[in-house]
Design a protein around this ligand. Structure first.
Ligand SMILES: NC(=O)c1ccc[n+]([C@@H]2O[C@H](COP(=O)([O-])OP(=O)(O)OC[C@H]3O[C@@H](n4cnc5c(N)ncnc54)[C@H](O)[C@@H]3O)[C@@H](O)[C@H]2O)c1
Length: 326
């Protein structure tokens, strides 16, 4: 099918008209103009405001939305994801489900099972894969033996529904769990890791997970919910047999590579937007572009799949259990 033909416009529905929806809507608009956007939110007023701001059509009901679109982006709180995925699959719609994919690995497993009996494209919103630094790190570690990976993220949470301890791991930590799998080429060995959840100060939580991957790479993942915008940070350090690569988002464009006692400063290829959280918008834009291209049959599937979401969820559930029994 030729999607660029004006009769073949791609219709995309966004479910949930909050923060993530706005970023996706803007990103989709910048990709190409042969797309039409629809929005659905449980709150009509929020949907109306969103449709005015992002110039898209508000669907009155979920059924109306499914009648109008080819694909959906699920951008609602996690406890709604399973039902929306199930309904979207019943309607044979392509899906991009925001992270975390599900509330538990059992739910994620069922979602994978349901998707396998359809031929639609099912993706999970692990957009950190599309950070410019992720690409640079992947290139730097090619042909080396990775020994240690340290990933750390500190972010503000705007939503009240996320203000609990576990959301630090499930909302933020899940990105790191996925990145770890991409950078290590392995999975977290859940029988070989320790987790600690602590207050950094009166209202900020931090969760630290340390352990080994099943291909014997030591790791440390730190995810923190912070209230002071000045503390927002993304940090990576990878130790290989021959070099150490370090990136701190506070240095914006620059990362360092230390090899043979010498440190070289290198620059990321794309400009980091100072107004944004690090490379956030661009990563969503690149991810959504790949998802749309996959729907149009124009590329190999490079976005995170439902199975990737499921694998991360297995590790997350186990880490949360370890935390409960601390
Ligand atoms: N990929 C990322 O880095 C990233 C960043 C932010 C948020 N997210 C994810 O996006 C999702 C939404 O987060 P957010 O920050 O946009 O939240 P938000 O609170 O800003 O927006 C959620 C919207 O969903 C609507 N909603 C709630 N229940 C609904 C239902 N049953 N039916 C229809 N609409 C419903 C709410 O009215 C609200 O407008 C979450 O899964 C979150 O983890 C991902």
């Amino acid at each position: 099918m030729n999607w660029e033909d004006s009769n073949n416009i791609l219709n995309i529905g966004i479910i949930g008209a909050g923060f993530a929806a706005g970023v996706h809507s803007k990103a989709l608009k910048s990709i190409d103009c042969s797309m039409r956007q629809y929005i659905f939110d449980v709150n009509d007023e929020i949907a109306k405001r969103f449709s005015d701001e992002y110039d898209c059509k508000a669907a009155k009901t979920l059924d109306d939305l499914f009648d109008s679109v080819d694909a959906v982006i699920i951008a609602t709180p996690v406890w709604t994801h399973f039902d929306f995925v199930r309904k979207a699959l019943e309607h044979n719609k392509h899906i991009l489900c925001e992270k975390p994919m599900a509330q538990s690995y059992a739910e994620a497993k069922e979602m994978c099972g349901l998707s396998e009996i359809t031929s639609v494209i099912c993706a999970v919103g692990f957009n950190y894969r599309f950070f410019d630094i992720t690409k640079s790190l992947q290139n730097e570690i090619k042909n080396t033996t990775v020994e240690e990976i340290h990933l750390s993220i500190r972010r503000l949470f705007r939503n009240d529904w996320r203000r609990d301890e576990t959301s630090v791991l499930s909302d933020l930590g899940i990105h790191l769990i996925d990145l770890l799998s991409i950078l290590s080429g392995g999975k977290i060995d859940v029988d070989c890791c320790k987790t600690q959840m602590k207050y950094i100060n009166a209202c900020d939580y931090e969760s630290i997970v340390k352990g080994y991957t099943d291909n014997n790479i030591a790791f440390c993942l730190e995810a923190a919910r912070i209230d002071n915008p000045k503390d927002v940070r993304f940090f990576v350090q990878i130790k290989c047999d021959r070099k150490i690569i370090k990136y701190d988002s506070r240095t914006m464009q620059i990362y360092s590579v230390t090899e043979g006692g010498k440190t070289q400063m290198k620059s990321l290829s794309n400009e980091i937007n100072k107004e944004d959280f690090f490379d956030f918008y661009d990563s969503i834009m690149l991810q959504d572009k790949e998802w749309v291209a996959a729907i149009r049959g124009k590329n190999n599937f490079v976005v995170a799949s439902f199975n990737d979401g499921y694998q991360s969820q297995i590790a997350l559930d186990r880490i949360l259990q370890l935390n409960d029994s601390r």
